[in-house]
Design a binder for this molecule. Structure first.
Ligand code: FES
Length: 152
């Protein structure tokens, strides 16, 4: 019995160690997104990560620095509808329940603001006249997320 108990504790400790100290962090990669002039100031483009997550990339200013752009998940954190950039209102908008987000993806109105649910932000980098986005290469794919929502 003592050996079995020792084995159980050993397994539990090994699992806890892998959780607390993963062998390597989640892999990410920089991916080419667009030429800078393909996104005029005030406009946005839609993008899908290799895992199928939809992203909206908006150009907030006329400059050519990463701060002149923002890349946010376009999946609303409330119930998963698609969020759109509204340049005329300088905000991101979710039409399902009138959720609103500021230009940095912080929830400002509707159910996401009440639950303090912001949009996930992706890092951007500029090289020359090209815009790159950093995306995860592992994790749940969009299709798995969708099937989870149907079964929940
Ligand atoms: S799904 Fe976006 S506000 Fe409800």
């Amino acid at each position: 019995m003592g050996v079995g108990l020792l084995g159980s504790y050993g397994t539990l400790l090994a699992m806890a160690g892998r959780y607390l100290y993963p062998a390597h962090p989640d892999p990410k990669a920089w991916i080419y997104l667009a030429q800078l002039d393909q996104i005029p100031p005030g406009q946005a483009l839609e993008f899908q990560t290799p895992l199928g997550s939809p992203v909206v990339v908006a150009r907030l200013g006329p400059g050519q620095e990463p701060e002149d752009f923002v890349a946010l998940s376009s999946t609303c954190p409330h119930l998963g509808c698609q969020v759109f950039w509204e340049p005329q209102n300088d905000r991101f908008f979710c039409p399902c329940h009138n959720g609103t987000f500021d230009r940095q993806g912080r929830a400002t109105g509707g159910p996401p603001a009440k639950a303090n649910q912001n949009l996930v932000r992706y890092p951007l980098r500029i090289q020359g006249h090209s815009l790159f986005i950093q995306v995860p290469l592992e994790g749940p794919t969009r299709s798995l997320l969708q099937s989870d929502q149907h079964t929940a």
